[in-house]
Design a protein around this ligand. Structure first.
Ligand code: T4K
Length: 371
């Protein structure tokens, strides 16, 4: 690779032409309203409800504060059962609420929390479950929601990866007591930094909206020790602009997914995670598993790609449960998490984003195929 060739990252933010942003900025300058639930904030909440097919959305400054607020809003305490196979924010949001994460293993077929392992991890301290729709692949929501009903537990889906994912024609975000999205720059839909909570009804949304604004209801009324989780007008305006490009972006991501899938089909030892026919995917990530039949181990392939300027990522290695603040917990023992441990040792997420060109995909595939 010549020094002049820029690296190909695992993702690149979708950035519409700058000129298209100017009218939004002019509007903010004219309104002189830059945050605290201004007009673009309200418009984006309404537009996202319509686009995603959900009833109530609260925008946030980022997905992590949204997760923290979701836990607060439901009064979750004690222990929460979650997956070790995720980004650290999933468990960190619990720790910031004084909640103990309890890790349960994933289903090796889906990479999501295994419902059978959830039930086995329930103790008298358990108050909630926080599954993750990992890579935007839906959890077994029926089984999880049934366990929650049986044991009177709350369910908060970490849906950071699951923007626009549908199952049997309906949004995956309708499941659970709450679902939380991330609009970080690395996500399918982004607002530079941002996030959201999807609520089932207006009263729940109102409570969450109060919590993200210091608990303020009006000038003289504060109902809870809330936080500042608000999204600014700039981020909301950018979100509205991005929505005008999202259909094309999703279509291109799905094309890239298909391209990789076909091109890698004959490579011994490389497995692509199969699609479930009932799901409309969003192409958020393209994970492959590097198995024993492949000539190199996962880390060697990762290095080989890096040396060629392809910055693929080992999401999610290390497991959350292997970070030092979690490792002493009994549930973090790798013996409790054999499938997650194996997945973390075998996975690489390949570059996928709308501007990725077919020639670049071919180059990545050729490197993996050893040509
Ligand atoms: N729950 C789950 C399941 C999550 O995955 C996340 C976030 C959250 C909760 C929390 O949501 P937020 O609070 O973040 O809204 C990235 C993202 O920072 C993080 O948002 C995301 N998950 C996680 C999976 O990925 P890193 O440490 O891998 O980011 P970084 O800076 O290494 O970026 C990855 C690649 O993207 C870089 O190699 C280059 C490229 N990139 C990145 C940025 C920021 C760009 O090309 N442009 C950019 O502006 O965590």
């Amino acid at each position: 690779m010549s020094d002049a060739t820029p690296p190909i990252y695992v993702t690149q933010p979708l950035l519409p032409p700058l000129a298209e942003l100017m009218p939004y900025l002019e509007q903010i300058w004219a309104n002189k309203y830059v945050t605290n639930g201004g007009p673009f904030h309200q418009q984006l909440e309404a537009a996202l409800c319509e686009y995603l097919g959900v009833g109530h959305i609260s925008l946030f400054a980022n997905g992590t504060i949204a997760l923290m607020t979701a836990l607060q809003s439901l009064g979750v305490k004690g222990e929460v059962i979650t997956t070790p196979y995720s980004f650290v924010a999933t468990a960190h949001a619990m720790m910031w609420n004084g909640i103990r994460p309890v890790f349960a293993d994933i289903d090796p077929a889906t990479f999501n929390l295994d419902p059978a392992r959830i039930e086995a991890a329930i103790t008298p301290e358990t108050t909630a479950i926080m599954p993750v729709h990992c890579y935007g692949r839906p959890c077994d929501t029926q089984a999880i929601d049934a366990i929650a009903r049986r044991h009177d537990l709350k369910v908060i889906y970490d849906a950071a990866h699951a923007f626009a994912v549908r199952q049997d024609g309906a949004s995956i975000l309708r499941h659970g007591d709450l679902a939380v999205l991330s609009f970080h720059g690395t996500k399918v839909f982004h607002t530079f930094e941002g996030g959201a909570i999807v609520s089932p009804d207006a009263a729940t949304k109102r409570h969450i909206d109060n919590l993200k604004n210091f608990g303020i209801v009006d000038e003289v009324t504060v109902v809870a020790p809330g936080i500042n989780g608000k999204m600014s007008e700039f981020n909301a305006a950018f979100g509205l602009l991005q929505l005008t490009h999202i259909d094309a972006a999703l279509a291109r991501r799905r094309q890239i997914d298909e391209h990789y899938r076909c091109a890698l089909a004959g490579v011994a030892g490389i497995t692509c995670l199969p699609h479930d026919g009932s799901v409309t995917p969003n192409g958020a990530y393209f994970p492959i598993l590097v198995g024993p039949a492949y000539g190199l181990d996962r880390d060697a392939l990762h290095h080989k790609l890096r040396d060629a300027g392809i910055v693929a990522r080992r999401y999610f290695y290390p497991l959350i449960s292997d970070f030092p603040m979690y490792r002493p917990m009994a549930s973090a023992d790798p013996a409790n998490l054999p499938h997650a441990t194996r997945a973390a040792a075998q996975v690489i997420c390949l570059p996928i984003y709308p501007d990725l060109e077919s020639g670049q995909i071919e180059r990545i595939v050729a490197l993996i195929a050893g040509q």
